[in-house]
Design a protein around this ligand. Structure first.
Ligand code: SAH
Length: 242
């Protein structure tokens, strides 16, 4: 049968797209990371749910594919969007072993977009999304991408900015930015987007460098045009100049 890899948005049920909601309502079984299953289970009390812990991605996808292969419609849920550091790619790679399962990717609103809306409108010009997690990507490559994005004056959204083992990654990323950008560059952080305890702050790049963030935070670095307007972080596209 079918495996839907569903992005469920960043927080509350309001952040689900209608398409994602329809898939969750109509599927037989929901599979996902423990925290996301807890988040959505109350809205689908009659559904069978399977959850696995963090870092058990392959196991989770294998389970979802196996259940779909047995003839059920499965929704494999991911936070935000299902492609962006989500399970969609892995599900497609692993589906080669399950020829009778069709995989369909259902988009969700990623943290860069929902968090950007909390801050104002920082993503109104070309942007780059970079994960600071070196679990699956070598640090040299992350550094190269940070440099290229900084040099290209992209607005940058940083995912996975910190973890227990990677306390100084944001500081290192900011030091790279400071080689190319003004210390006064407008930046922002948003924690727990769409969830209880949502918090956001706008600050300059020099201050961001010395700010501690956790893994439930997305970090935004403006481009050279990004400004603060009425307390919001705004990247003008240039409409007013034409
Ligand atoms: N698929 C997800 C990203 C998963 S990677 C998406 O599209 O949004 C995990 C990282 O995403 C976190 O470390 C954090 O940087 C960001 N993130 C995901 N959900 C978030 C939330 N509710 N609030 C703030 N950041 C979030």
């Amino acid at each position: 049968m079918k495996l839907y890899v569903v992005g469920i948005g960043c927080g509350s049920r309001n952040g689900l797209t209608l398409e994602a909601e329809e898939v969750l309502r109509n599927c037989d079984i929901i599979v996902g990371y423990t925290i996301y299953i807890e988040q959505i289970k109350r809205y689908y009390p009659d559904k069978e749910c399977f959850s696995t812990g963090m870092k058990h991605e392959t196991e989770r996808v294998e389970l979802a594919l196996r259940l779909a292969g047995e003839g059920q419609n499965i929704a494999l849920v991911c936070s935000g969007d299902s492609q962006i550091y989500g399970m969609a790619g892995l599900a497609m790679e692993m589906s080669e072993k399950f020829p009778n399962v069709e995989v369909e990717v259902v988009a969700g609103v990623t943290a860069a977009i929902s968090g950007g809306a909390v801050l104002g409108s920082p993503m109104t010009h070309d942007f780059a999304v970079i994960s600071l997690s070196d679990l699956l990507t070598p640090m040299e490559k992350i550094v190269k991408r940070l440099r290229c994005a900084a040099e290209g004056d992209f607005v940058i959204a940083l995912y996975n900015p910190s973890s227990k083992k990677r306390v100084d990654h944001l500081q290192k990323a900011c030091d790279i930015m400071l080689e190319y950008r003004s210390p006064k560059t407008v930046c922002g952080i948003v924690k727990n987007i769409g969830r209880d305890g949502q918090e956001s702050r706008i600050m300059e790049l020099s201050e961001l460098r010395d700010t501690q963030v956790d893994m439930f935070t997305t970090v935004f670095i403006g481009n050279s045009e990004t400004r603060v307007i009425n307390g919001k972080m705004v990247t003008p596209r240039g409409y007013r100049n034409v």
